[in-house]
Design a protein around this ligand. Structure first.
Ligand code: ZN
Length: 561
């Protein structure tokens, strides 16, 4: 079935409550562990109905944020999702207190029970009102960002198009784009500050209502993190500061020297080689044809899945007015169908969509085939290993997309990956500080951001760029508004993905096999175990970053020449 033909049917909270009631009675009357398991199966099929309706409505809203019907449906789910969440927490509580718990733990993956325990800590009936409010504010931000226009070179354009100019080889053009970005945000400064302030306050209120000191611990539980806590993340950030920042600084300084810049500016951050930034040499249709050939050659299972995705028209990649400006991969579980949204702008990021987002889609497919819907593809850190890892396995095929610029692309891709980590850590530490100090004023928040930039990206300057120089880069980082504490997962995953890339240089087939096994396991193993079983170093391990950085420096030197 084509994605556009999937019927949309609202699964209501009333249906949810009735289905939960059935589950509850069935467990009460259970006379064996198998009775409980079949009640769980039945209830999970209802959950799948809910997830499918919620993600269909949200997806169709992002395809056209002006569509009034799906605006309404999305609003409905913004409102009732916390109520569904309440049912899921009650469901988890019933499972945890079942008299067959011991037998259940023998039959189901113990991680499922761990996830039930975390679900209890992440939610309380007391905060439903605040959750609904939070949902409506993040929707407000998302809508606002998709409608905001930036005036550049006499034209109004959405953020996704403007960002394409940051790869332009002409430094003056990049500078102009940065000014346009700053000016566009500046015009809306009050709104951007206000939305964030409301989000911080409502999140803090929820945490305190639940008895937490602040939002940090609750934020971690909400991410369903089973395998690491804020202390471990703090250690990872320290590793980045000591082992990675000096290396990235040196690499960036070399780039500035190569170009003859006396200062490395914010708008120089996506440029690595003299001359044109590598761009795909193919049209959109040709990109998909080349991607099919790539995945067919890589592995039969993977190739087959790419055929399925294209047959289902499960990609929507053209930027257009009213379409939400980001990129994502979602799923419609009832139809076992992943879906990818992106906004192509002709830059090399377009290729990341068919590699990165496709890596997510493949992992989702694996859950449908082999996994457990409750454990899904794993935590976000694991999910991003699927996508970022796939980017590196696709590097081998980049001649198809970039012709004689393929090596230039590989060089850029690796440099992007490595220099992303310090930025990601800024985003994480920023949120840590913000939620520890919810009373901060907008001006203090901006000051905090600037200090973190100095700590983790000491080589980069915002000087003279309207508004951005005040410390506002985070205001168009959607995760900071929409998904608190999500960002560190990218950093952990990037470390693992670079590890896969180094392994692939030694033996591509064996590394790919390990990657596919990693993807197939989804969330059935702890993050640390998944990484160890793939033969890679854990990002939390002392010295892991040092080793990776040293190897990257060697590879970079080779690609540069
Ligand atoms: Zn991703």
């Amino acid at each position: 079935m084509k994605v556009s033909q999937i019927p949309y049917l609202r699964y209501t909270i009333e249906e949810g409550r009735a289905d939960f009631e059935k589950f509850s009675v069935a467990v009460k009357n259970a006379i064996s562990v198998d009775d409980v398991i079949s009640a769980r199966d039945e209830f999970l099929s209802n959950v799948i109905d809910f997830m499918t309706s919620a993600s269909l409505s949200s997806c169709r809203f992002t395809l056209n944020t002006k569509d009034e019907f799906y605006q309404g449906e999305k609003e409905y789910y913004d409102n009732v999702t916390p109520l569904f969440q309440q049912l899921l927490v009650q469901y988890a509580a019933i499972m945890l207190s079942s008299k067959f718990r011991k037998e259940l733990e023998g039959k189901l993956n113990p991680r499922i029970f761990k996830s039930y325990e975390i679900a209890q800590k992440a939610f309380s009936d007391k905060i439903i009102e605040e959750l609904q409010l939070e949902n409506s504010i993040t929707t407000e931000y998302s809508k606002f960002m998709s409608e905001i226009v930036f005036n550049f070179e006499g034209k109004d354009m959405p953020l996704s198009v403007l960002r394409g100019y940051f790869e332009n080889s002409d430094r003056e053009i990049r500078k102009g784009a940065a000014q346009a970005l700053g000016a566009g945000l500046h015009k809306n400064a009050e709104k951007l500050d206000d939305i964030y302030d409301r989000l911080v306050k409502v999140r803090d209120k929820m945490a305190k209502k639940m008895g937490y000191k602040n939002f940090v611990e609750l934020g971690y539980y909400r991410m369903s993190r089973m395998d690491y806590d804020a202390q471990m993340v703090a250690k990872f950030r320290k590793n980045v500061e000591t082992d990675l920042v000096p290396v990235v600084k040196k690499l960036k300084e070399n780039i500035a020297k190569k170009f003859g810049w006396d200062k490395f500016m914010f708008y120089d951050n996506e440029v690595y080689s003299v001359g044109e930034t590598p761009k795909p040499i193919l049209s959109v249709d040709e990109i998909f044809k080349a991607a099919l050939e790539m995945y067919d050659d890589m592995n039969p299972f993977v190739g087959n899945f790419m055929h399925e995705m294209i047959d289902a028209e499960a990609f929507d990649v053209l930027a257009r007015d009213g379409k939400w400006g980001g990129g994502y991969c979602t799923t419609f579980p009832k139809y076992k169908q992943p879906f990818i949204l992106a906004n192509f702008n002709g830059g090399c990021g377009d290729i990341d969509v068919i590699t990165h987002e496709f890596g997510h889609a493949l992992a989702a497919k694996n859950v449908f085939e082999y996994g457990d819907i409750e454990l899904e593809v794993g935590g976000m850190e694991t999910a991003e290993c699927h996508s970022m890892g796939m980017e590196f396995f696709c590097e081998k095929y980049m001649d198809k997309f970039f012709g004689d610029k393929a090596n230039k692309y590989r060089y850029k891709h690796l440099m992007d990956a490595l220099s992303f980590i310090p930025y990601g850590v800024i985003v994480d530490e920023y949120q840590q500080i913000i939620y520890e100090n919810p009373q901060m004023t907008p001006a203090q928040r901006k000051q905090t951001y600037l200090e973190l930039e100095k700590k983790y990206r000491p080589y980069l300057s915002y000087e003279g760029i309207e508004y951005l120089e005040e410390g506002t880069r985070w205001q168009y980082q959607m995760h900071i508004y929409e998904s608190p504490f999500y960002y560190i997962d990218y950093c952990l995953a990037q470390t693992v993905a670079i590890g896969f890339s180094i392994a692939a240089r030694e033996n591509y087939d064996s590394a790919l096999e390990k990657y596919l096994a990693f993807s197939r396991k989804g969330g059935t193993e702890a993050f640390g175990d998944l990484v160890k079983n793939a033969g890679l170093a854990s990002p939390f391990e002392e010295g892991a970053l040092k080793k990776i950085a040293a190897m990257v420096v060697d590879i970079v030197a080779e690609r540069e020449s």
